[in-house]
Design a protein. Sequence first.
Length: 410
Amino acid sequence: MFAHRFFKAVVTTGELTVIDAKGKRATYGDGEGPPATIRITNRWTELRMLLNPTLHVGEAYMDGHLVLEQGSIYDFLDIASRNIRNVGNHPLRRWIRRIAVPLRHLRTFNPISRARRNVAHHYDLSGELYDLFLDDDRQYSCAYFTSEQDTLEQAQTNKKRHIAAKLLLDKPGLNILDIGSGWGGMGLYLAREADAKVTGVTLSEEQLKISRARAEKEGLAERTEFHLRDYREEPGTYDRIVSVGMFEHVGSSHYHEFFRKVKSVLAEDGVMLLHAIGTMGPPGPTNPWLRKYIFPGGYTPSLSEVTAAIEDVGLYITDIEILRLHYAETLRHWRERFEANIDRARTLYDDRFCRMWDFYLAGCEVSFRYMDQMVFQIQLAHKQEAVPLTRDYITDWERGTAQKSTRAAE
């Protein structure tokens, strides 16, 4: 009875059929959009899902206690996300949120030792797993779609080009720091396109190994260095700093520390570009399922939290851009590639892991498509005059680089 009242109050959009632990079937919503039917295998799972759906729905799907009888996990989460505000307005969920929000600083406390463990949890998984769904350059962050016809590979090239343009690479030999350098793609791109000297730092041993191997293979070892190092330990001074998809792991209690470090290693006439996931709403707790299974220590900041820390540290914000649905499209490509390669994924990990990864990609996609998730790019400098007064230089660099790439391919 309680479950029926909950679903009836929450699911007002879409068409969701629920088969409960007793086999009773009921359909909720207005019938719009692709339908989904879920079966809950036992009463304990049913109760846990109702008490804390943001954690236990994902766990139930991983463990095989929430079964899709019609549609896919994406179809189910699509309906859930379009009704998420109704879940948030439920009295039980409001009570849980009041407890969770003040705890976010404790949950994202991230000293160097913990940061290394958190990174290893996700990024030291089998490299073959990432080959199943990422582009050839292993760009594991939001792509930049300039056309609906863009492939994932083209959109990721667009992203690298767009970020490089904002770094104002106006002369050869610039000294660039890449904070959270991943598998090396961004750093190698900058070294190649701008004839720059790039230092990349990562906390993932797997990423470090691949980055160094790629630099050797591409003949860029003399212009790139990759280190297993926390950004807080970086000793140098740099003309340019870039950080893509790493800030989400910094932790809200460390934002001032992060920007103080940036300020100390950025040259007086230098420029930084920060690319990270954010939320369009006020500060709030991290999704508990994502924090437990995918990104321990991760936190998605509100823009107000980030800009306040930058202001306090004393850096200038010289440009902000919000990328809205670009990540939803990126995740769609990743999800479709992963699903197409699910048999290969099962040779690497068990069914439970594959369901976990499927839930992760589908859940993140709907959160960027229907909820308040977005990506921001913030350009920073010590001086207001470090970058031109208009944004024409960004477009000019992108077009020039794209034309050069086209001519080279002909």
